[in-house]
Design a protein around this ligand. Sequence first.
Ligand code: SF4
Length: 415
Amino acid sequence: MPGIQLFDNRRDRKSPFARFEKSRLGLYLHIPFCRAKCAYCDFYSFVPNEEEIMERYVDALILHMQSYRAGAKDYLPDTVFIGGGTPTALPIELLLKLIRAVKRNFTLAKGAEFTLEANPATVDVGMLRRLRWAGVNRLSMGLQSANNEELAALSRVHRREDFAESFRAARRARIENINVDLMFGIPYQTKKSLMKTLAYVVRLGPEHISLYDLILEPSTPLAKRAPGLPMPSDDEEADMYLAAVEFLAQNGYAQYEVSNFARPGYQCRHNLKYWNCEEYLGLGASAHSYFRDSRFSFARDVKRYMHGIEVPTSRIKMTDENDVISPQERIGEYIMLRFRLTAGLSDREFTRRFGFSFTQKYGKKMQPYISGGFAAYKDGVYALTPRGMFVSNYILSDLLDFEDLGQLHLFSGMK
Ligand code: SF4
């Protein structure tokens, strides 16, 4: 298919058995449909006005997977993530059809992590049982806040009560690995209300919690409304973040990334691929990939995406981005991603990868952050502290010469 990237079989072969080994891969599928558009959201998603477009999209996505089938036979996806949008906005039969197609077109590793994003009020126990039976073993649920006034300010379609019901339904469906997405910096939110939300979630006992800072994207309705709403100040947000990190640690959720916390053994293996600079393939409108030193993303336009797949001779441009990463950019990305993780950046590993020492080039610049309590250095490993993570954008732009590094393309694949 013109414009569609296919796997090739060139591989680094390091061990004599390498040709029998399969490379690990994260597989991401993007579903761009939602029940309603949240006021803060700038993800590629929309409310479909007919079921037909969902059917057509799922068929296109399946065709897209098929186009990778031959080229991907040397790969063993060990994580699958169906995200969006709201995948559970799809009728259950379409969702099951998609999951069956994943298994038909890719050989999944034994014990692969298989995550589905779901919004409260879009799931019930019967549907979740069928999804569990089909292979979904991790559910990521967007609660954002347990305070109904805050949820209304975000235009979420659910209330706290809907979430409790959906969470219980997931447990009844024997889903034993659940993530709950939360946010701070929401209109009307105070440190006290955030702590109440956290206490509520901890009592429910999910295995994983994500806590994102609300970013007011200029194009969103919330950004326009925000000046008239009570928004927490930067200092209040810093307070909220640090208190949340401490509270979650006290309750058994260790921080492992700027916004992510997990019980032992439940870190998100799929998202770790992004931060560990490992390969992943994203299919669907607006989905991003990192594969063979290239980053590419498919059209952020569902009609263009579907047409490109359905009519391979149409010469329609399927990708929005398609960049080979220069060695300089790779260094910058590596530093930025490692500093997202509490595991930090090992100088020995850095030297092994890039042929020079991190300390030699950046050690002096790190010093004030270490003495100010924003970063730590121990046994050859640099890591940001929670205080440093809150201001990591500032530290990284100070550390890295962005002009030297060129345009960095970072995307988390998270919501
Ligand atoms: S935040 Fe999630 S549920 Fe809300 S519109 Fe965006 S993708 Fe849809």
